[in-house]
Design a protein around this ligand. Structure first.
Ligand code: AMP
Ligand code: GLY
Length: 431
């Protein structure tokens, strides 16, 4: 079967790498892809946000499955157009992608389905938001309703800070995403990411991970898309995972189906593990980046068969996903300046040397400078550039291997955190 993968980041490189191992794959296309993805796929100049162009490409190239990586095409309704044209697609339609696209939508669904989450209020004007603020203690969480690339969240320690955040959002600092604001009760606990694959009816767990959102060692500095991750997240014990499935994921899938907008694809739940049990912080309608990279390193079996069964509503009939018992850890190498304006064009060398010890370097923001030979002239072209990924019997071992590989990469205009996995490494040292 021919498969089209939409996206161009490290998440998509990991998906391409894993799809390329599937027996059922004839030809993999990626739009737009990147030089790492090009090792496994033909990269095509196709706008992944243009539903008509994507459908036309699939018809012309006998594509049997489209795998959507990022949220942009989901929210643009690319999955809807493909389904209407009879092309199987892994990823939810526009209505179901509101689970990521609108925080207020998800909070209301949680209320209807009695799903544990932080108490909240929605407001569409500054006055309403300020009036609602009185009902919350401190700290309080202020969120832009829409997609804000992970940046539309303020944890306010004082009322003045909360009022300033509200004023900011309604003044348009996050564009349309801030036309509505959600105010939330502050939850305490450790965060974990939990993934489930669903065809709208059947739901199967797809592993756990922990991300590192802040740019600096020790979790300081501005938020990023993620500076590293590891999987599994042992804090999400089998008992807690079972509760998350029963109390959060399953009722969500049932409520989406009951509303006539069944959710099909991967559901990524950001959980807070509170004293009362897991509570939903947010949903994403896609694999996390870089969480996907560590999940793909551990997944056993055929990714294409699983994603196709999901897209065709046949999940109940296929074997549940299986993962290696080892840990996987990925370190993001970013270009100086990230998460602000990254320095692009910096040379990257040493990927082969980094991979010699068994690590895998997934490429995110990379490009080939000039029309050199394959692998030559690789340069940085984005904020997050490489995801250096390794496995080990423990997180400590996976971490040591990943940093050994990081040290073999020659990327003078890049940087990385040196403490990815610190929580688990500390727990393993104390065990
Ligand atoms: P979100 O974009 O909704 O995932 O929020 C970004 C980050 O803000 C989360 O990963 C949490 O660290 C934090 N956060 C969001 N909502 C809450 C909450 N209600 N209580 C505590 N922390 C939160
Ligand atoms: N790493 C966080 C995300 O993909 O949303």
């Amino acid at each position: 079967m021919n498969v089209l993968l939409l996206g161009s980041g490290g998440r998509e490189h990991a998906l391409a790498w894993k799809l390329a191992q599937s027996d059922g794959l004839d030809k993999l296309f990626a739009a737009p892809g990147n030089p790492g993805i090009a090792d496994h796929a033909e990269c095509v100049a196709l706008d992944p946000l243009d539903p008509r162009a994507v459908v036309a490409f699939c018809t012309a190239n006998a594509v049997g499955l489209v795998v959507i990586g990022p949220e942009g095409p989901l929210v643009a309704g690319v999955a809807d157009s493909l389904r209407a044209a009879g092309v199987a697609v892994f990823g939810p339609g526009r209505a179901a992608a509101q689970l990521e696209g609108s925080k207020g939508f998800t909070k209301d669904l949680c209320t209807r389905a009695a799903i544990p989450t932080a108490g909240y209020a929605r407001a569409t004007s500054r006055e309403d938001a300020l009036a609602a603020l009185g009902g919350f203690g401190l700290p309080v969480v202020i969120k832009a309703d829409g997609l804000a690339a992970g940046k539309g969240v303020v944890i306010a320690e004082s009322r003045a800070e909360a009022e300033a955040a509200i004023a900011d959002m309604f003044a348009g600092s996050f564009g349309d995403a801030g036309a509505e604001v959600v105010i939330e009760e502050f939850l305490t606990g450790e965060e974990a990411s939990f993934f489930a694959i669903t065809d709208g009816v059947t739901v199967v767990p797809f592993g756990s991970a922990q991300d590192h959102k802040r740019v600096g060692d020790g979790d300081v500095g501005p938020n990023t898309g993620g500076m590293g991750a590891y999987s599994p997240a042992p804090v999400l014990t089998p008992a807690l995972e079972a509760r998350a499935m029963a109390e959060i994921i399953a009722p969500t899938v049932a409520a989406m189906a009951a509303a006539g907008t069944p959710y099909s694809g991967v559901l990524y739940a950001g959980l807070m593990l509170t004293a009362e049990g897991p509570k939903l912080i947010e949903y994403n309608a896609r694999f996390g980046d870089p969480e996907c990279q560590v999940l793909m390193m551990r997944m056993e079996g055929d990714l294409l068969a699983l994603l196709l069964a999901c897209a065709e509503g046949r999940l109940a009939g296929v074997a549940a996903p299986r993962f290696a018992g080892t840990s996987a850890l990925t370190v993001v190498m970013a270009a100086h300046g990230y998460p602000g304006k990254p320095e692009t064009g910096g040379a990257i060398q040493g990927i082969k040397a980094a991979e010699a010890g068994g690590a895998k370097v997934f490429q995110a923001g990379t490009a080939l400078a000039g029309a050199g030979l394959a692998g030559a002239g690789l340069v940085a072209s984005g904020g997050r550039v490489l995801n250096v990924t390794a496995t080990g019997g423990t997180v400590t071992e996976a971490q040591a291997r990943a940093y050994r590989a990081v040290d073999a990469v020659d990327f003078p205009s890049g940087f990385c955190r040196r403490d990815i996995g610190w929580r688990e490494v500390a727990r393993e040292a104390g065990a």
